[in-house]
Design a protein around this ligand. Sequence first.
Ligand code: S3P
Length: 435
Amino acid sequence: MAGVRFDPVGPLRGAITPPPDKSISHRAALFGAMSDVPVTIHNYLIADDTLSTLDALRSLGAGVDQQAEGLVIRGVGLHQAIEATGGSLYVGNAGTLLRLLPGWLAGQGRGFWTLDGDQSIQRRPVDRIVEPLRAMGARIEARDDRLTPLTVHGSQLHGAEHVLPVASAQVKSCLLIAGMLADGETTITEPSRSRDHTERILRRARVPFERFGATVKVREVDELELEDLTVPGDPSSAAFLIAAACVVPSSRLLVEGVGLNWTRTGFLRIAARMGAVIVGELEEPPQTEAEVPESEPIGDLDVAAAALEGTVVEPEEIPLAIDELPLVALLGACAEGETIVRGAEELRWKESDRIAGVVEGLAGLGVDIEATDDGFAVRGGTIRGGVIDSRGDHRLAMLGAIAGLASSEGVVVEGMDAATVSYPSFAEDLATLVA
Ligand code: S3P
């Protein structure tokens, strides 16, 4: 496919509703499939990643029907319920599906399934779920013990205490799901908090579950009590439009119906610290270490362009802004002074090596940026423009597009079609704001 060109523009103006949240859509479908009664999902994301989840769940025996009130999932139940007790499951580009689904499969007590995906999936590590699942009694094989294809055999699981080396919502969620099927108690401790969508669904589904700070504990449960789930607009997709409004002078943008869960709004806090004007009712972290809300907060954000200054993003902020760090680099490129991101080694294991992709990609557009061992450092100036390769990574494709709007000569994005993984209408939505 030929490259897609994004030219410098005048101010962004108008209102936009971002696409439904990808993380929550994956979870909603999966929990729907684990339920005994039909679950209606309002505002499910229709994009490549979340369609892969629906395909996998259909292969496992769940019914999926788009109805007027929402996407209805007719689940099979939690335990030993999956009809197809063998076969291949193709996860496409979906890392969340790859990491969460094995938690359910491993506790089925019978059957085996082999998971594999596209080229990007084949370089993404799965040892982070394989090792802790094995500690619970799971039988799993993986290429070189750390990569796909991944074969999961159903077994009786036992509760275990896990201390994760890296904060990861995917790993935590996988183990929480396995913990619902395991005898005894399963606890998971992360080095710092990561997104908590799975915990909120567990609360809602009346699963015996507790939190204390960065530790969560779950006990075996027979069935889920879920009827419906509502998916907010995706703050990670919205972040591209918000970043555009921050870096294109005189922009003013209203983002409507976006998820404001505090474990997802780290980028907004970083951008505000850099001088961005972002007004909205962001959720505050809970008052007590034990509190877990049942629902996802949804609201609007009013964003206006303003002068930006460099900042240092510290390791504890990383999990709460992990998917938006490429945009911190872009804001840094348009800010006064230096912006440094530390403790972000995990970026190397995303849909692409995002440290290399961001640094080489933006440097190719004339940005003064360099990679560090655990992130990057960028000095503000002008973005000249040129050509950027998405490397098949949806977030790098959209980064290139926004860089083009803020550049002096325009940017051609090679592999723009990657955006369909999370935000199929990205280019159209952007066009409505720059018209
Ligand atoms: C996700 C968690 C994050 C994030 C990914 C989606 C999730 O990954 O980068 O895009 O839905 O749980 P990690 O858990 O690997 O940090």
